[in-house]
Design a binder for this molecule. Structure first.
Ligand SMILES: [Fe+2]
Length: 314
């Protein structure tokens, strides 16, 4: 694995390096810091007068989950969040006409067993491609409060070209959206939602733990094996992540190699063009349909706008 720091590489080359398993790290950019500040303001207002880093010391986990159930969607759909991502893409040299992103997620990782399922799910080792992400997806990840090596995220790069027996063949993105996602906040102590897990013992070491300052960005391929580090620190970890795809790679089916993903469905309908928030053209998405959409969504044909109104039918 190569790690590129504050690289000035042009975007076509950068994406190819990501598809080859490299990661890119960027110092906090002005727009990344604005995005972090927005997340901080929302979370501090939601939990006031408590310190968000220390919620586990005084707030019952159920109450915390209830607040997060409102807070996380508020951040996801905040218009300023999309605006700052657009600015960030421009700052890092992305072509706004051809780059599409999905809405940013706010993630939490609390110390010990306080709250690590449902709305604050602690991710077991996985590739996003087990969850119907395309192989051209690039993951962006940044902390919005100070991070340490005992509450961050880890990559397991020796699995880049090494298959792992896993449950992705039983995962369908449309079914997940219908059955599970809206129930996340109900899973406070355990999580019964079916997710693709490794189905053989894994060797998590050596691992690369990503630790940056607030607003520092890590980019890695959706095919990269990664996990939430069990939080052994005294403070909560808060991070933002979102994903991008480039239209040319979608159309030309470029991306990381598939070593072990067998899920069905696709997240292609989720990405929004940086310029005008339009969806990928329907003709670009169509080759990614595998037939499973027929059971779950009402319309997969028509012009690009049709994707904006995908209606789940079950
Ligand atoms: Fe992930």
């Amino acid at each position: 694995m190569n790690i590129y720091m504050d690289s000035k590489m042009d975007d076509d080359k950068r994406r190819q390096k990501l598809y080859d398993g490299s990661i890119f790290v960027y110092s906090p950019a002005a727009s990344a810091l604005k995005l972090c500040r927005l997340a901080q303001e929302l979370i501090e207002a939601a939990f006031a007068p408590l310190n968000p880093l220390k919620l586990h010391e005084s707030l019952p986990a159920e109450d915390c989950a209830a607040v997060l159930a409102h807070l996380k969607p508020e951040f996801i759909h905040h218009p300023k969040a999309k605006q700052y991502i657009r600015e960030l893409l421009a700052e890092l040299g992305y072509d706004l006409e051809k780059t599409y992103f999905d809405v940013p997620r706010m993630r939490t990782a609390f110390p010990g067993d306080y709250l690590k399922s449902g709305i604050a799910y602690a991710f077991h080792p996985h590739r996003d491609t087990w969850y119907s992400a395309p192989f051209c997806q690039i993951n962006w990840w940044m902390p919005f409060y100070e991070l340490n090596a005992d509450n961050c995220m880890a990559l397991h790069p020796h699995y880049w070209d090494r298959p792992v027996k896993n449950g992705s063949s039983r995962y369908n993105y449309y079914k997940w959206n219908l059955d599970s996602r809206h129930n996340a906040a109900q899973h406070v102590k355990s999580d019964t939602r079916v997710q693709p897990h490794p189905e053989e013992p894994m060797q998590l070491d050596p691992q690369v733990r990503l630790v940056s300052n607030v607003g520092g960005i890590f980019q890695f391929s959706a095919a990269q094996m990664h996990s939430t580090v069990p939080n052994c620190s005294a403070v909560a970890r808060y991070s933002i992540d979102f994903r991008t795809v480039h239209l040319d790679d979608v159309v030309q089916h470029r991306g990381a190699p598939n070593v072990d993903s067998a899920c069905t469905g696709t997240t292609m309908g989720d990405y929004l063009r940086a310029t005008d928030l339009s969806h990928l053209p329907a003709e670009a998405i169509a080759p990614y349909f595998d037939g499973s959409e027929a059971e779950y969504i009402s319309s997969t044909k028509g012009n690009g706008d049709t994707q904006q109104s995908i209606q789940y039918t079950r």
